[in-house]
Design a protein around this ligand. Structure first.
Ligand code: HQG
Length: 175
């Protein structure tokens, strides 16, 4: 197993389908590393898990100080309480998507789809990478501070992704 494959496996079980290997997460999304090692359907070691956490380009995972428990920092489709405090966002944030989603987004705003939140990026470069995963790139600017002033709550994940429940179309500008 390469570290990349382990990272994908960890994303899958920690964000989406812990049941697929009979893993149980607590309400805050933490799992016992030893449980993952025992239940994974391939050989995997504590050192490999620690390497996957340390080398994740987007810092997708957090380990407790004693390295016995692990969780995903964001991106869940299952209900977990990440304990994030709402914070004041910068004036503008960005959302990268595919051109085929532009019309539906202009109708319904940004929806969280399968995840727990809509994900927004602080810079255009990150938004471009996120959007290009889906197809031909389109980028929306989100008037985040204005949204915040109108009562929408913004959260900042441990790995720097801005999270929000929904972005109504009135706060979106297509770049
Ligand atoms: C689109 C990666 C139609 C939305 C990244 C997106 C991110 C709509 C797709 C994280 C819509 C959902 C999340 C609407 C939104 N109609 N389509 N009304 N509203 N969409 O993957 O933001 O590598 O769930 O634009 O770095 O692309 O996994 O969200 O294209 O942080 O760690 O529906 O995933 O991180 O796609 O990416 P996703 P996302 P990881």
């Amino acid at each position: 197993m390469s570290i990349g494959e382990i990272s994908k496996f960890l994303s899958f079980v920690l964000r989406h389908k812990p049941d697929s290997i009979g893993l149980v997460l607590d309400s805050e999304g933490w799992a016992e590393v030893s449980d993952i090692i025992e239940k994974a359907d391939m050989p995997i070691t504590q050192a490999q898990i620690e390497a996957a956490v340390a080398t994740s380009d987007k810092q997708r995972f957090a380990l407790t100080d004693d390295k016995r428990r692990i969780r995903a920092n964001q991106g869940h489709s299952i209900e977990v309480d990440l304990g994030l405090e709402s914070v004041k966002p910068p004036a503008r944030l960005f959302h990268g998507t595919a051109t085929r989603f532009v019309v539906p987004i202009l109708a319904a705003g940004l929806l969280k789809q399968a995840r727990q939140h809509v994900h927004l990026s602080v810079d255009l470069e990150t938004a471009s990478k996120v959007g290009a995963r889906h197809g031909k790139l389109a980028i929306f600017e989100v008037r985040a501070l204005e949204m915040h002033e109108e009562g929408h709550r913004f959260y900042l994940s441990k790995n720097g992704v801005w999270l929000v429940e929904h972005v109504p179309v009135g706060f979106l500008d297509l770049r």
